[in-house]
Write a protein that binds this ligand. Structure first.
Ligand code: BGC
Length: 442
């Protein structure tokens, strides 16, 4: 058996990513909590409930797990509705709670990356129109200012907004997020307002903390025409322009171009210090006149694709390389801010992990400025409109008993983090099914 070692540079960040609503529990003051209480919104009627019980203190034991398995970084998010429970009330004790968590990371020698908006919004904000309201970007920046003032001595890396494209389409283009609208114009208007909010937040953070690194976690998804029909190419290109490019190009040029809406947002230009990439999979598309609601296209994974437990993700590491090349084209340092798959059995995950880390290494090995990898996620958590039906954790979780189970991926990822490398021995041990794909003919 060949001995191959794929090394990563010194100082590479290896961590996992989480988000407040998905892990904290008891986030009763935001739009998701309310959404979960209404019938028919969440698969099987699931609720976030106590989630992973982090707000009650279990973040300590989970940070211990991450630390003991050699992760040197963690990406977490702050819940706006806790910091600003009402328009004119700021909760210092909530800020202190997050301060303790960031100190907890520091004590464990782990770098913190903090997301300021990860899908959820305070109820009071939604009552006045949420991100449809032109006043919201400034309100967001005010909240961000408070957070950065309080926490800047414990964090330098900020993600203003997680996946603006997923939020805008999830909430306003029939994607199953609150407020559950389905209107393309509104969705693109919301995306433009998120860009404005990001730009204001970027300026606020840099005013307070000039050395901060501020970025966005972009969800990039490959869209590949499934046949030679020029209309299939057209729909793939349209998806790409609206979903992948509109927000990101707005950061580059100060111009927001989502086809149906074009706006000048000059304050957004150049407001990105690094690029965060969330990559899960790629889609194939064919033009289909009958599917008006899906922009006249059928989206699918190709026959023979290796699919995750719920068929949600195809194991497509070539897509990660495409996504990284796209990210690198911005000329900034890149972090993989999310990558992972749902798999309670933990066999698909190990192959997915091996093959994606190997692809990542390809680019890193040619000195691409990719600085870190955050696996989604540390422990099973509340998967939005899919409830508890999808298990993305390295550790499994029984939300009722709060018992964690150590999946084999924990040890696989720990070996990667500890040695700062992926080796043929690890692949043979944890993901033998990927061996031939990574080292063909060996
Ligand atoms: C989101 C996460 C989510 C993950 C898996 C990403 O789009 O940022 O919150 O849990 O996908 O579905």
């Amino acid at each position: 058996m060949p001995k191959a070692i794929f090394n990563f540079p010194n100082g590479f960040l290896w961590g996992t990513a989480t988000s407040a609503h998905q892990v904290e529990g008891g986030n009763t003051n935001n739009d998701w909590w309310e959404w979960e209480q209404q019938e028919g919104h969440i698969l099987n009627g699931d609720k976030s409930g106590r989630a992973c019980d982090w707000w009650a203190g279990r973040w300590r034991e989970d940070f211990d797990r991450a630390h003991e398995t050699y992760q040197n970084a963690h990406r977490l998010s702050i819940e706006w509705s806790r910091i600003q429970p009402e328009p004119d009330r700021w909760d210092e004790s909530a800020l202190d709670h997050y301060r303790q968590m960031l100190l907890g990371l520091k004590e464990r020698g782990m770098m913190a990356m903090v997301t300021l908006h990860h899908f959820t919004n305070p109820l009071w904000l939604m009552a006045s129109g949420g991100w449809e309201n032109p006043a919201t970007p400034a309100l967001f920046a005010e909240y961000v200012r408070r957070v950065v003032q309080a926490l800047q001595s414990h964090c330098q890396m900020w993600v203003t907004i997680n996946e603006p494209n997923v939020y805008a389409t999830g909430a306003y283009l029939g994607g199953g997020f609150p407020p559950g609208k389905n209107d393309q114009k509104i969705a693109m208007h919301v995306l433009a307002n998120l860009l404005r909010g990001h730009a204001l937040a970027y300026q606020a953070i840099h005013e307070l903390q000039p050395e901060a690194q501020v970025g966005v976690a972009h969800h990039w998804r490959g869209f590949i025409p499934g046949d030679w029909n020029p209309l299939s190419r057209f729909v793939a290109r349209t998806y790409d322009r609206v979903f992948n490019e509109a927000f990101a190009q707005g950061l580059r040029t100060g111009r927001f171009d989502a086809l149906s809406i074009r706006e000048e947002i000059p304050e957004a230009k150049g407001t990105q210090d690094y690029l965060g990439l969330n990559y899960y999979t790629r889609d194939y598309l064919k033009f289909d006149l009958r599917r008006r609601d899906e922009q006249y296209s059928q989206r699918y994974f190709p026959q023979g694709a290796r699919l995750s437990e719920n068929g949600f993700i195809a194991n497509d590491p070539a897509g990660l390389e495409d996504g990284l090349r796209w990210a690198l084209s911005f000329g900034l340092p890149v972090y993989i801010t999310e990558n992972g798959a749902e798999d309670s059995e933990d066999s698909f995950r190990r192959q997915y992990l091996a093959e994606h880390i190997h692809r990542l290494w390809h680019l890193v090995n040619f000195n691409a400025p990719i600085k870190g990898y955050f696996h989604w996620s540390l422990v099973d958590n509340f998967e939005w409109e899919r409830g508890w039906s999808q298990r993305f954790g390295l550790w499994g979780l029984d939300p009722a008993s709060q018992l964690r189970t150590r999946r084999p991926s924990v040890d696989f990822y720990a070996e990667i983090c500890r040695s700062n490398s992926l080796s043929s021995e690890m692949i043979a041990k944890y993901a033998p099914g990927s061996f031939e794909r990574i080292l063909p003919g060996a």
